[in-house]
Ligand binder design. Structure first.
Ligand code: DP6
Length: 360
């Protein structure tokens, strides 16, 4: 597969206006994407659980312009409010994907988007947001080229989403998605996310993710800046090779349902991600004191309760608690008794593994 595969042939149909809508989930990485090359190419492969409840719904209305524009013509609304400050990010996205969607300058777009999670929850909406928008744009392309097959639709949606935000490539399908080339995974690609092709044990089928909202404020350092700091990072080489090795280990872990090994890698990946932040130049830290309090509580509780709860982190202070569904009631109690106190305003979000984006 190459980028060339996503440049369309001349369209066979014409369409003057219409609307479409997609609901896309967020995802939580088990092996983290941290570091990229030009063109949104990941420095290492990553793998994630697709989530179910944390979603972005995007409605896209499109009207053919009398004359195509030099720049792009669009408005973006978030939860009913016009968001002028979102425009540069969308314009950058459009610029990156224009070669692959040559109709972009021929239409005016109204993008209406809303998230299922609170806006300032510290939950990144870029994965769900960019994947929902990519899917809406693919709907338009399918109208212009009705012979498009479903596989191509899904692959190109992931390809486009990646160009909006890397992790968004993993938010089209579910329940487990790998993005990035890896020697053991046939069909894996740096250009798109693919459904994890190997056996997955029953225990992972309904895996739970409770997101503890530790700090809902604006992050001091964006992911984009963080990725950039992996260039010339003293530990970059070792980190990228570790991610490849960890991904290999998941093959047996998933097949056997080996929760002990799962926990080891997932927690190590989370701490390594943050270790990369703390050892870059300039260095920075996104964990907060309560992030560490929660981690220590999890470690103590896991030993004492003999459960399999573990944590992971994304690029922020919030903690994702991962555990099998069979342990839900005991972990619920643990959260209420011991962890809620460390969440901002006592807030947390209950989620679980999900099956990907849906037409809304
Ligand atoms: C820590 O996908 O948000 O969540 O490609 O610059 O938009 P951009 O970055 P983004 O990075 C996500 C980083 C992460 C790990 C992960 O999801 O794999």
């Amino acid at each position: 597969m190459t980028e060339q595969d996503f440049i369309p042939k001349p369209y066979t149909n014409e369409i003057s206006n219409g609307k479409t809508s997609w609901k896309s989930p967020s995802n939580i990485a088990l092996v983290k994407y941290w570091g990229k090359k030009d063109g949104q190419i990941p420095a290492n492969p990553s793998i994630s659980f697709t989530l179910d409840n944390c979603t972005t719904t995007t409605n896209l209305k499109f009207t053919k312009l009398v004359k195509s524009v030099e720049d792009y013509s669009f408005d973006i609304w978030l939860e009913g409010k016009l968001k002028i400050d979102f425009k540069p990010k969308i314009a950058t996205f459009f610029k990156r994907i224009e070669n692959y969607l040559p109709f972009l300058k021929e239409y005016h777009f109204t993008i209406e988007t809303s998230n299922s999670f609170p806006h300032s929850s510290g939950i990144a909406s870029s994965a769900s947001g960019m994947s929902a928008l990519a899917l809406c744009l693919m709907d338009i392309e399918r109208l212009l080229n009705p012979s498009m097959i479903d596989d191509y639709f899904i692959q190109k949606a992931s390809f486009l989403a990646r160009l909006g935000s890397g992790s968004a490539a993993r938010s089209i399908e579910g329940p487990i998605v790998q993005w990035g080339m890896h020697k053991d995974t046939e069909g894996s690609s740096d250009l798109i996310g693919i459904k994890y092709p190997f056996n997955v044990h029953e225990v992972f089928k309904n895996y739970c993710d409770t997101i503890l909202l530790v700090d809902k404020g604006q992050k001091q350092v964006s992911s984009t800046v963080g990725h950039d700091l992996m260039h010339n990072h003293p530990f970059a080489k070792q980190r990228f090779s570790q991610a490849h090795k960890n991904l290999s280990k998941f093959k047996n872990i998933f097949a056997e349902g080996n929760l002990k090994e799962f926990i080891k890698i997932v927690e190590s990946e989370a701490l390594t991600l943050h270790a990369m932040m703390m050892t870059s130049h300039p260095y920075f830290m996104l964990m907060k004191p309560n992030t560490l309090e929660i981690i220590n509580k999890i470690w103590a509780f896991r030993v004492q309760s003999k459960t399999h709860v573990c944590f992971t982190l994304d690029a922020g202070a919030n903690v994702h608690l991962l555990y099998p569904e069979s342990e839900k009631s005991i972990i619920d109690q643990f959260i209420k008794n011991e962890l809620v106190a460390y969440c901002e305003n006592g807030q947390y979000i209950c989620d679980q593994i999900g099956f990907g984006a849906k037409k809304a």
